[in-house]
Design a binder for this molecule. Sequence first.
Ligand code: SAM
Length: 240
Amino acid sequence: MLRRIQQQLTKTVNFNSSRARLYLVIADFASQIPLGAKVFDAGAGEAPYRALFQHAQYHSADFTKVDKLYAAPTYVCDLAAIPVLDEWYEYILLTQVIEHLPEPLDVLIELRRLLKPRGKILITGPLFYEEHEEPYDFYRYTQYGLRYLIEKAGFSIERIDWLEGFYGTIGYQLNRIGRYLPWTPHNFQQTWERIFFPPWMIGMKALFFSLSMVFHRLELRHKYTVAGYPKNYVVIASKH
Ligand SMILES: C[S@@+](CC[C@H](N)C(=O)[O-])C[C@H]1O[C@@H](n2cnc3c(N)ncnc32)[C@H](O)[C@@H]1O
């Protein structure tokens, strides 16, 4: 019983509306892919979107160098040199990978090589996010930086948008505050701080986690883009 409550609490606290938004964008992309088309998931990791491409021929690649769980990729390789013939794929996914590439332009040029003429690529990447998958974490991207690189690689951009609205961004930030605020006595210097701050910080953490959940849920109801900023951008581009 206690374990179930703990699992539910962890799931609720870890809920991230950006992943829900990403799933919707990829599901929409997948729904436009014809039966049997060749799809390449570059930097697939755990291949969380594989199930959306059951109607297609899905291949994946990853260098599998980070200490985490991986779904066995079709190719274990660096994305800068993929052992695949020119113009092999009709669709490519590059989701949440571009910030991990030390030479992103080289990889975009390599992915363009794999794509058939009129093929499409879906790219997502963060404007801001904490450092992760260290030490392979190199950049954060403005929409202008993404546009510059993607066009320089020879793609035509069809669409560039916020992945999530400002509510999703706020939900993420509040979650991180809740997670990282210190609360154990040894984090405080003076005796009075050790007595006063831990219970106060625990209260703050609960407050920030609760607010985070409210904003993540708001994000799912309404993508607010009038002001603020997204956490990630999404780009659909094609090869002509
Ligand atoms: C944040 S994960 C994203 C995984 C997946 N695309 C997703 O959207 O959930 C980034 C992935 O890129 C892979 N990666 C990073 N740099 C790479 C490189 N140079 N070549 C191949 N894979 C790379 C990592 O191993 C990791 O699985």
